[in-house]
Design a protein around this ligand. Structure first.
Ligand code: BV8
Ligand code: ZN
Length: 243
């Protein structure tokens, strides 16, 4: 039996599923990944820009980087990988997305249950008092908080910052109770997010990795499907529809 057929068989037996996703799911939409060849922005390492120290050192540079990413995300659409993950909901009693991505594309694709472990690039908050700034701050200049004068920043989780306790807790519960966990388009290098698939594995889930290349997670999965998620996921859904 081929790998895809095995995955289809597992999905048909499964009640609950989780898709753990990273930047590779959004790459086919035209968004650059963090560690791919295009993972550098104006010769700066995103991991320096996506940090409190980076923002303190040069708030305008970091604000510009996020504005350029928001502008780019506004131009692109969910791709076949996002759309297939929405369709996958029909084949499970419960199907959730746990994503490291901040680009809002899973929600735009209509997925019902999306846990954003690293926040959302279209939400902003005060870097001093933490107040979430509801309006979509479109300013090109860094703006100050009306309440305390602190600088407004994107409400995403930066390196060195803890993940939202609630989101991480919900993600772990989903991973603990799922029958099958897909790990899609992530290098699996960023912790604690990358521990989610291992929680699923320890709870007896069947692990399916979908990635262009092998990763640090590949040794822990039951099946690795190598290739473009925007091609593999539609193939899986097509098989389920013709099942
Ligand atoms: C924390 C939001 C503590 C911002 C992001 C040493 C060892 C281990 C850990 C650490 C360490 N030193 C420091 C740490 C901790 C650090 C960490 O993990 N560092 C790593 C880099 C070593 N983690 C943290 O700092 C976390 N916080 O630990 O806090 C703490 C606790 C309590 C109290 C105080 C402090 C916070 C991490 C969150 C950082 N924020 N994003 C923003 O996006 O601007 S992470 C960032 O990386 C993105 O969210 C991104 O999604 C994420 C993970 O990257 P990937 O998604 O995997 O993307 P990547 O480019 O790496 O890979 C893409 C993959 O897709 C590739 O495999 C490629 O082959 C594949 N692909 C490409 N195209 C396709 C494809 N696959 C299929 N189809 C395709 N078409
Ligand atoms: Zn404030």
């Amino acid at each position: 039996m081929g790998k895809i057929e095995k995955v289809i068989e597992k999905i048909e037996d499964a009640e609950t599923g989780v898709a753990f996703t990273g930047a590779g799911v959004s790459a086919p939409s035209g968004l650059s990944t963090f560690r791919g060849s295009d993972g550098i922005w104006e010769n700066k390492d995103p991991r320096e820009l996506a940090s409190p120290s980076g923002f303190r050192k040069n708030p305008q540079l970091v604000w510009d980087w996020y504005n350029s990413r928001r502008d780019k995300i506004k131009e692109v659409n969910p791709n076949e990988a996002h759309k297939s993950l929405k369709l996958m909901e029909d084949y499970f009693r419960e199907f959730s997305i746990v994503t490291q991505n901040v680009d809002n594309l899973h929600k735009e694709a209509g997925s019902d249950e999306v846990v954003e472990l690293h926040g959302n690039i279209f939400r902003n908050k005060c870097s001093n008092c933490g107040r979430v700034v509801s309006e979509d701050v479109d300013s090109r200049e860094v703006v100050e908080c009306e309440e305390c004068g602190g600088l407004i920043r994107p409400a995403v989780v930066w390196f060195g910052e803890p993940l939202p306790v609630e989101s991480l807790q919900v993600a772990k519960e989903m991973a603990t109770s799922c029958d099958i966990c897909f790990i899609i388009g992530t290098s699996g290098l960023v912790q604690p997010a990358a521990s989610i698939p291992l929680v699923a594995r320890e709870s007896g889930a069947f692990l399916v990795e979908i990635n262009r290349e092998s990763t640090v997670i590949s040794d822990y999965v039951d099946i690795s499907l190598n290739g473009d998620a925007a091609k593999i996921l539609p193939l899986i859904v097509e098989n389920l529809q013709n099942g």
